[in-house]
Ligand binder design. Structure first.
Ligand SMILES: [Zn+2]
Length: 66
């Protein structure tokens, strides 16, 4: 059951135009790229913050025992 045109009730989340089936749910490759870039830049910013935290960690309490 595949409809030739399932478009019409969906809008591009980037620019709000009617979405193109080829680029679903976007209207064009351009808008698909915009969304992808947003996603990627969000991913890349996460690992950077963790490193700094570990530097400030105090020496392990274990080393003080005994
Ligand atoms: Zn668009």
């Amino acid at each position: 059951m595949s409809r030739p045109e399932a478009i019409g009730d969906r809008k591009c989340p980037i620019c709000g135009k009617a979405s193109e089936r080829k680029w679903h749910p976007f209207c064009s490759k351009r808008c698909a790229d915009v969304d992808l870039n947003r996603w990627l830049s969000g991913v890349y910013t996460i690992p950077a913050a963790a490193d700094e935290d570990e530097i400030g960690i105090a020496p392990r309490p274990d080393a003080d025992r005994d």
